[in-house]
Design a binder for this molecule. Structure first.
Ligand SMILES: [Zn+2]
Length: 190
């Protein structure tokens, strides 16, 4: 069921899905808002109203990033092999700098994250990163390697990332902009 709501200056469409869940929840996939509601729960307007500031903030960021994406382009020249070699070289360099050991590196096409890591020292890198500028690839790899020292996104973690990327918030913003571009141009074809 599609619904519309206006929050401040934004017209927002959202979908209501009834499912066998205990509590209502809001999900945002890129710019698509979805309300997952328990069977029999029908007051979705009240729920939207209650969370209107959160919804507004999240959707505004995505909309701004979509506009920004028009001023960026993907690197279509870097091959998968070149990309992997680039990542492995950088991991080698940073392992020494951070004094961490990476166990295994896996490359996977992922749709919800650029990278992840485990406490066993395994690092997963999103293959779609190959279309991004080198600096952003380095940022994602460095971010995951910093997690080998500190798992949480704590102050300590931010400090480690800041040693190399003073502008890490800007980097996070760029990653969203580029993700929107990948989603629009690469995903439909792959
Ligand atoms: Zn992280």
């Amino acid at each position: 069921m599609k619904n519309k709501v206006k929050i401040y200056d934004l017209d927002i469409e959202y979908e209501v899905i009834h499912r066998n869940v205990k509590y209502p929840r809001l999900e945002l996939k890129t710019d698509k808002l979805c309300l997952i509601l328990p069977e029999g729960y029908n007051d979705h307007e009240k729920l939207v109203y209650k969370h209107k500031n959160w919804i507004y903030k999240k959707i505004s960021i995505v909309k701004t990033s979509m506009d920004e994406a028009k001023n960026r382009s993907l690197n279509l020249k870097r091959s998968e092999d070149e990309f992997r070699a680039f990542v492995m070289d950088y991991i080698g360099e940073i392992s020494g700098e951070l004094n961490v050991n990476v166990n295994k590196v896996r490359f996977r096409k992922m749709k919800s994250r650029w990278g992840s890591c485990s406490s066993q020292g395994n690092v997963n890198i999103n293959s779609y990163l190959r279309y991004l500028p080198s600096k952003l690839i380095e940022y994602v790899v460095f971010h995951e390697m910093a997690h080998l020292i500190e798992m949480a996104h704590s102050r300590r973690f931010q400090n480690i990332v800041s040693t190399k990327f003073k502008n890490h918030e800007e980097m996070e913003g760029e990653l969203l902009v580029y993700w929107l571009l990948v989603k629009e141009t690469i995903l439909p074809a792959s």
